[in-house]
Design a binder for this molecule. Structure first.
Ligand code: SIN
Length: 313
């Protein structure tokens, strides 16, 4: 019986990590082992699918740049347009996986499955979690039920959609959470038709007790094209920031009010958004609002259009 062809894109991460022998704290270097031995270490993989693979990056995902997301997007688009390929699996570091997943969710068209996976233990760990995660990811990418769901993520035996995915634990195997059952996930692809290069710089600023307003000016004066504020509670803007944020507004820099908490931020709720010129993130967390803003700016959208878009994502 012919097996489905799944294309693997390897980008590095702990799943390709190798330990420093004798390091007392168990240090390792991510993104060292190439994709061929990673796949060869997965029992039963060949029975599930025929595989092709590209090593597109070899990074610790903390060093992932927006330009790398775009390389990944091009590699996905190339693979998905091949009639022979049934799905794509991306091997990725877990630290910024939720950002890449969301970027690809917004930029890939509906259709064939795209599944991201990673691992919390390096490839040479005696109980490495990477092989089981790769097996699950490839299996998921072969399933008709995984089509038209947008980008899916599987780790530690669980499947997540990209919209609400969050890495919430620094070390345990079950490091990710999401609030949406994967089978309810829907493809988005809002920016699939756009030519997006290059993505503009958008910075995230955290609101915390004593956060100085000079950070706002530093971002703007060093070239940020947009700001996302990761604020306390329902997106409460520190009084001490208001003058600096007004300077940003006067320069035409979009400023999004988002929250460090989960939950919805009502527009004109605890800030005069219309008067101050703030955009509001709805219930998008700051990391995801940032990517949405980068894509919207790259697509040439103006602030009213961006505000109309945000609650619909
Ligand atoms: C990384 O994100 O590349 C390192 C950490 C991990 O993969 O768990």
């Amino acid at each position: 019986m012919s097996r489905p062809l799944i294309h693997i894109l390897a980008t590095g991460g702990t799943i390709a990590g190798v330990s420093h022998t004798d390091h007392p704290a168990g240090r390792y270097t991510a993104g060292v082992r190439p994709v061929a031995p990673l796949l060869a270490a997965v029992p039963g993989l060949d029975d599930l699918a025929e595989l092709s693979a590209d090593q597109i990056l070899s990074l610790d995902s903390k060093d992932m740049r927006p330009a790398d997301w775009q390389s990944m997007l091009s590699a996905c688009r190339r693979a998905l347009t091949s009639p022979a390929v049934e799905g794509v699996v991306i091997l990725h570091g877990t630290d910024t996986l939720e950002e890449t997943a969301w970027f690809l969710h917004l930029t890939l068209p509906a259709g064939k499955p795209v599944v991201l996976t990673g691992a919390m233990r390096p490839a040479d760990h005696p109980e490495a979690d990477g092989p089981a995660n790769i097996l699950d990811a490839v299996r998921l990418a072969t399933l008709p039920e995984a089509r038209d769901k947008g980008v899916l993520i599987t780790l530690n035996g669980r499947i997540h959609g990209a919209r609400s995915l969050r890495k919430y634990h620094a070390s345990q195997l079950d490091a990710f959470s999401s609030t949406q059952y994967w089978n309810l996930a829907r493809a988005d692809g809002r920016f699939a038709a756009h030519d997006l290069a290059p993505l503009p710089r958008v910075d995230i600023l955290a609101g915390y007790a004593g956060a100085p307003a000079c950070l706002v000016d530093a971002c703007i004066n060093s070239g940020a094209r947009g700001l996302v504020l990761a604020l306390a509670g329902q997106g409460s803007v520190p009084e001490s920031w208001r003058a600096a944020l007004a300077r940003a507004r006067d320069k035409g820099i979009p400023v999004i009010r988002a929250s460090r908490c989960s939950g919805h931020i009502p527009r004109n709720g605890n800030a005069d958004d219309d008067g101050e010129g703030y955009l509001t993130a709805g219930d998008l967390p700051p990391l995801k609002a940032r990517i949405a803003l980068m894509l919207a700016l790259a697509a040439g959208m103006e602030q009213p259009e961006i505000q109309a878009l945000l609650p619909t994502l």
